[in-house]
Design a protein around this ligand. Structure first.
Ligand code: FAD
Length: 385
């Protein structure tokens, strides 16, 4: 979309600049609009690129509520998850979390990031929220009253910048952990209906997740980084055989779609706020997808941010940003810790650990309050603690 005269002028007067028009940046712009605010999105790529995003998102019940509030849920092609089957390869113990147990219509939903992105983009169009594509932001200079953004379209002024750029700058002093793992993602067709059951299987190579999506299953196959290229290069039959032996026999697979790999790591900024700045989504914390927390956490964050900035005279006011960071701290730390602990706990290939994990899964299966606790953690975030 070309940057028209009207939006260029408004950008110069805009209060909030969002760097990055991915799912998080777009959802924030809509959330701010719900509170009567107006932000400008600056996106480096072509508008609509998000409609090609191959990632699969497991969305929690809480995320559904936020996406409903944003008015986009009904346009997202989402498959409900009726149950989650959790097991470990080469060890005993398994557990089944069900929606019926939690008295909910679904434990969560599976949608393509492309479908979520398309629904958000359509809503932005409908609300005429300024979206400047080919609008890469290269530099931001902070002043006492405002900010100067150096963009591909020239200079812009704002009072608050929200970074939703999908990565954390190498010089940001972020806490990082390289899991030396990558995720190979693809879609497979099962030979029998999946019954809306999601599978999370922990293996010493990393977790393997299969998520019901339409009649197919989306696969997130975590493996050591050096194995990922090999898995992507295998022909379809060889890959299906590898996947089948890794997953076991609970489901059989007939066909596989295109495969892509993503490097996995943990990286998070110590604080998600700075001088007239907020970091959101992957720009604030990049998480291992094992527990499907990244986008879900970002939605809860942006919901709170929009609420905090409601009718603010100066959205860059340090006190407001501190209040937002404090309100989100508990959930953020819990999501980062939960994801990291899960990844590392199931990574250790020692008999004692295998048994302890088996016992934990057994306990989860036989102690309903414990099961409810874990299910609620996945569904609502730290509100469940
Ligand atoms: C394999 C995999 C599976 C996942 N599964 C789940 C899941 O089940 N559930 C879940 O909640 N999360 C999941 N996630 C995480 C989820 O995908 C991310 O949290 C989410 O997509 C991040 O969105 P974002 O908008 O922050 O970043 P991005 O989608 O990366 O968007 C960032 C945007 O910023 C733009 N940009 C970058 N730099 C600039 C700049 N300087 N100026 C202007 N624009 C810029 C980019 O072009 C891009 O469009 C998964 C991730 C992976 C890798």
């Amino acid at each position: 979309m070309a940057d028209d005269d009207h939006s260029t002028k408004a950008a110069n007067d805009g209060d909030i600049a969002i760097v990055g028009g991915g799912p998080v940046g777009m959802a924030l712009a809509l959330a701010l609009a719900r509170h009567g605010g107006r932000a400008h999105i600056f996106e480096a790529r072509e508008r609509g690129a998000v409609r090609e995003d191959p990632r699969i998102l497991a969305l929690s019940h809480g995320s559904r509520q936020i996406l409903e509030w944003l008015g986009v849920w009904r346009h997202i092609a989402a498959t409900p998850i009726a149950a989650i089957h959790i097991s470990q390869k080469g060890g005993f113990g398994r557990t089944l979390l069900t929606a019926a147990d939690q008295a909910l219509p679904a434990l969560g939903y599976v949608a393509t990031a492309a479908s979520v992105g398309a629904a958000l983009d359509d809503a932005l169009h409908a609300a005429t929220i300024p979206f400047h594509d080919h609008g890469r932001v290269d530099e931001v200079a902070v002043g006492t009253e405002s900010l100067q953004l150096l963009t591909a379209m020239g200079e812009r002024t704002a009072r608050l910048v929200v970074y939703a750029e999908g990565t954390i700058d190498a010089n940001a002093g972020a806490v990082t952990r390289d899991y030396r793992q990558s995720a190979v993602i693809c879609t497979v067709t099962p030979t029998t209906p999946h019954g809306n059951v999601a599978y999370e299987r922990f293996t010493t190579q990393g977790p393997l997740a299969l998520l019901p999506t339409g009649a197919s299953m989306a696969v997130v196959y975590t493996c050591p980084t050096e194995t990922a290229a090999e898995l992507v290069a295998l022909d379809d039959q060889a890959f299906l055989a590898r996947l089948q032996s890794h997953f076991g026999t609970r489901l059989k697979f007939a066909a596989v779609g295109r495969r892509q790999k993503f490097p996995l790591l943990l990286a998070y900024r110590k604080s998600p706020v700075g001088e007239r700045a907020v970091w959101l989504g992957n720009a604030a914390q990049t998480l291992h997808p094992v527990a499907g927390q990244g986008f879900n956490l970002a939605l809860r964050d942006l919901w709170e941010l929009a609420r905090t900035l409601d009718k603010a005279e100066d959205p860059g006011d340090a006190r407001l940003l501190a209040r937002y960071a404090a309100a989100r701290s508990k959930d953020r730390i819990a999501a980062i810790g939960f994801t990291d602990a899960l990844t590392r706990l199931f990574d250790i290939d020692l008999p004692l650990f295998r048994e302890a994990r088996g016992l934990a899964l057994l306990a989860l299966d036989t102690v309903p309050p414990l099961r409810a606790f874990v299910a609620r953690r996945m569904i609502y975030g730290a509100r469940a603690w």
